[in-house]
Ligand binder design. Sequence first.
Ligand code: SAH
Length: 213
Amino acid sequence: MKDTFKHQGMRQQLVDTLVKKGIKDQNVLKAINKIPRHFFMDSGFIDHAYQDKAFPIAADQTISQPYTVAFQSELLQIQPGDKVLEIGTGSGYQTAVLLELGAKVYSIERQQELFKKTSKFLPKIGYRAKSLIFGDGYKGLPVEAPFQSIIVTAGAPYVPNPLLSQLTIGGRLVIPVGDDVQVMTMFIRKGPKEFEKHEFGDFRFVPMLEDKN
Ligand code: SAH
């Protein structure tokens, strides 16, 4: 796979689009400007890689829309060295954005085919997560908790309690909540049992599935 001047130009245009749509975080924009999104898609879709759209990847799943990736990443306010848990590795694109932001990333995927594919692929293009895990994101990752940030990249019918309890004090959970349409929701942990909740409008994700491994 090659990253040509043409791809780089298209990526700059995508970044300009995200700025127009309201993304402000320079580190997030830089990450998106740097990561060759076309590497994360099957070759037939390369022409679509720099449109602000979600696209099919393997196993009936999608690579999230760049605006959605940027929006969620901005909400997390990641500092270099933060421990971050991602639920729904998928193509690994969001994982790469988190790594560019300097996070130590743990990412869980429940589809074995995608887990295998992405585990091979990410290190090949130089992105090394702390750990990619095949498993059920509803449980979080208790052995590595607490996390400064947890990001869910599938539509959750409800907010799983283990994810809230695996946040540091001051930590953030960003999760799209709902069935057909999801409300982007952020919880900030204020104390052992206190959480502040913020809502940010409607998004559409593939569903976060339970008990189907
Ligand atoms: N972040 C991904 C988005 C992929 S779509 C990307 O940028 O490509 C959401 C992913 O969540 C899918 O790969 C799906 O298999 C996964 N998923 C759904 N339910 C899950 C669960 N309970 N635990 C872990 N992953 C899950």
